[in-house]
Design a protein around this ligand. Structure first.
Ligand code: KG4
Ligand code: ZN
Length: 393
């Protein structure tokens, strides 16, 4: 249970600091006096407790993050009550750290933005209840954030990108292709019919026991696969990309996971290795899975771009393809998507890797985008709920 009195103590800052922060938030330009908007973003949808303060020019004033990856790696997957407990233990400190790194007083915030969907119910609940106490205490507006919208809009923080653009969001929980036409105007073009690519890579990494591999023991499954794949031969296994004949832009990864499981079992027999031990062919398997994943993502994205161009929804010569989410930090997958972008006269843009995975900056920035567009800014939080599942997930 979060303790409000403790929150109140932490969020009352000395006056001197308020004045300094206020002066910093003003931009003097000849003939103008411009007051920046500042948003505190809070993210707890899965296994990262993250917070950041961002201003309306895209300046990141401060951020803090607590990752639970190592705990869940050891447990063999995310256990929601464990994630909830860790969020509860860390959220106060993380928000406090982000605010103190930004050197502003909470009273200078224009709003608090928090992920309320989609995600793990128990995790979302911690971020939301903390945020609601905070906005009530500070008397600030609240901006509920859709986690995928935040991933999609991050690129506008790091690059000058106008609407519309195509976005491919690939992470541990999500896989979707959408045409982004405005801050909250998304045309869904395709989604995974089963699991997300990051989830599949995590499962393959677990089946390969990569946590026991000396080079990968602290890496997420996807990162471990990318790391090992560099040492492997992707051609040693004959795997067909999924959904080759499907005339849509949807994805599927369960089949690839099952084929890989079979290959691993066969290799365990051939090498005389017990389940749970590292195969000598682990790097080759990682390379093959990564390659097929990249091919599948590239082919579906290619279809989506051609569709949008054919319907004149995207510029013929000047379109932008944005790839984000944890799996987008994979450089092999990025290269495959670069080939697609070049072939369709698109520019491929990816946020830097630390902004591809879950973070508080993207939530704060989504808050700024919504503030600027005047969309979904709540002055009364009565009845606000988190929504673990969402259709566009
Ligand atoms: O966006 P994210 O931090 O969290 C959500 O799932 O929303 O993404 C985490 C996922 C995990 O499945 C992780 O294995 C995957 O992104 N990932 C990667 C890489 N780094 C993280 N997958 C492939 N290659 C990587 N380098
Ligand atoms: Zn995410």
């Amino acid at each position: 249970m979060l303790v409000l009195s403790k929150t109140a103590r932490i969020f009352s800052k000395p006056r001197k600091r308020e004045v300094r922060g206020f002066l910093r938030s003003i931009n003097f330009r000849p003939g103008t006096l411009f007051l920046h908007k500042l948003v505190l973003g809070i993210e707890t949808s899965c296994d990262d407790t993250a917070a950041a303060v961002v201003d309306d020019t895209g300046n990141v004033l401060g951020e803090a993050i607590h990752s639970q990856t190592e705990v869940h790696l050891k447990a063999g997957g995310i256990i929601p009550p464990v994630a909830q407990q860790l969020h509860k233990e860390n959220i106060q400190r993380i928000v406090e750290d982000a605010l103190s790194a930004s050197r502003i007083s909470p009273s200078e915030l224009s709003a608090v933005a928090t992920t309320i969907k989609p995600g793990l119910a128990l995790s979302l609940g911690v971020g939301l209840s903390f945020s609601l106490q905070l906005v009530n205490q500070l008397k600030k507006p609240f901006i509920p954030i859709h986690h995928m919208e935040a991933h999609a809009l991050t690129i506008r923080l790091t690059h000058k990108v106008e609407f519309p653009f195509i976005v491919l969001l690939i992470s541990g929980g999500h896989c979707l292709l959408a045409l982004v036409q405005g801050v909250s105007d998304f045309l869904l073009l395709g989604k995974s019919l089963d699991i997300a690519p990051g989830d599949m890579l995590d499962k393959v990494a677990r089946r390969l026991s990569l946590i026991k591999h000396p080079e990968c023991s602290t890496m997420s499954g996807g990162r471990a696969i990318e790391h090992l794949a560099k040492q492997g031969n992707r051609w040693l296994f004959d795997i067909n990309p999924p959904m080759q004949n499907a005339k849509n832009c949807d994805f599927s990864f369960t089949g690839l996971q099952h084929i890989t499981d079979k290959i691993i079992m066969q290799k365990e027999r051939e090498e005389g290795v017990e389940k749970g031990q590292i195969l000598s062919s682990a790097a080759d398997i990682a390379a093959a899975v990564q390659h097929i994943t990249a091919c599948h993502l590239a082919k579906r994205t290619h279809r989506a771009i051609l569709f949008c161009k054919q319907k004149n929804l995207l510029s013929q010569t000047n379109a932008v393809l944005v790839v984000s989410g944890g799996v987008a930090s994979n450089l092999y997958i990025r290269r495959a998507l670069e080939i697609v972008a070049n072939a369709t006269q698109c520019t491929l843009l990816c946020p830097p890797p630390r902004l591809c995975t879950d973070n508080g900056i993207m939530i704060a920035w989504n808050g700024i985008e919504r503030l600027r567009a005047g969309l979904g800014i709540l002055h009364d939080v009565e009845g606000i709920r988190y929504e673990p599942k969402n259709l566009s997930k």
